[in-house]
Write a protein that binds this ligand. Sequence first.
Ligand code: URA
Length: 178
Amino acid sequence: MISPDADCRLCGLCAGRTNLVLPSGDRDSPVVLVGEAPGENEDLQGRPFVGRAGDILNKVMEEAGLGRDRVMITNTVKCRPPMNRAPSSEEMEACRPFLVSELRGRKVIVGLGKSAVRDLMGYDGPMADVVNTRRYIDVGGEKVLFIPTYHPMACVYRKTAREELKATMAAVREEFFP
Ligand code: URA
């Protein structure tokens, strides 16, 4: 796996960065969860999904019987966008070599929310139309199974989104950690 240099300036997100947010969890896991981008807590601590979104993700994974330590968790970009806006295509492109190196050789990639799904699957329509479907995506010339699902923050006010995210995690546990 390759990571950006600590003083990476490949895109403009470096201007607001406190810490790079690199993958956490089991680096050898067959399963990778890909979120959107670091938020404020992640930027301060240098770890993905440690704020409110992380609390929701942890809870849903626990309910599905999938320990967070069994998977690897990362984001499309490694630096926090200003005001927590979605990362642009240019910013995702700048960070792509790192993401590709994190995803290569996995059994399944789970895209958490619209940004990850746009970046990895090239789909920009309603999440409801693709959630928990499956397809193979190209990861640096290699085909890897991809499952789009809801971002944990989409579950705050939407029970159906939470149920879908839990169903994703339960399916991953059953199939990849039998
Ligand atoms: N939201 C994300 O998409 N990623 C994080 O790391 C935190 C919040």
